[in-house]
Design a protein around this ligand. Structure first.
Ligand SMILES: [Fe+2]
Length: 155
């Protein structure tokens, strides 16, 4: 199995423990959706596809493990670090890149590193694609406007 699938096994176990079926559905959709959007953005921007895909899988893990989204980006970075260290197949540099992206992902109005930006944009992309009829969140509008330009979406 590859490293993406190894991370997904750990994430799946956490999500499976969510008692509420509707919350569980949202968790799967959101984590896999952001992970796939991360892959697409990394392909488009010629960045590290594997690390981006993994960052997407783990980015909201704290929220779903604890059903508590308060400060979930910072707490989730620590939780993701524990998971990645326990898998024993990532370098310190790779772990730092993934965990920094998770740490920064709630700061949608600021610009951070390349992987951080992929994760933030992927989070926005999944929110929009989940139901394109919903209105875009105020703090995500600017990023969505940039994504429309980047993907040449005429909407
Ligand atoms: Fe998210």
């Amino acid at each position: 199995m590859d490293r993406i699938e190894n991370v997904r096994k750990v994430v799946d176990e956490i999500v499976l423990n969510i008692v509420d079926a509707e919350e569980r559905r949202c968790a799967y959709l959101h984590l896999y959706g952001v992970s796939q959007a991360c892959a697409l953005l990394a392909m488009k921007r010629q960045e590290n596809i594997e690390l981006a895909t993994i960052a997407g899988m783990l980015h909201d893990i704290y929220s779903y493990a604890n059903m508590d989204s308060k400060d979930h980006a910072h707490k989730g970075a620590e939780m993701a670090r524990d998971i990645l260290v326990s898998l024993n197949e990532f370098s310190e540099e790779e772990i730092n890149l993934i965990c920094t992206a998770i740490y920064n992902h709630s700061d949608k109005l600021d610009i951070h590193g390349v992987l951080d930006e992929i994760l933030k944009d992927a989070d926005v992309m999944q929110h929009v694609l989940y139901n394109p009829l919903f209105s875009v969140k105020a703090n995500e509008q600017k990023r969505f406007d940039s994504l429309k330009v980047e993907f040449n979406l005429q909407i």
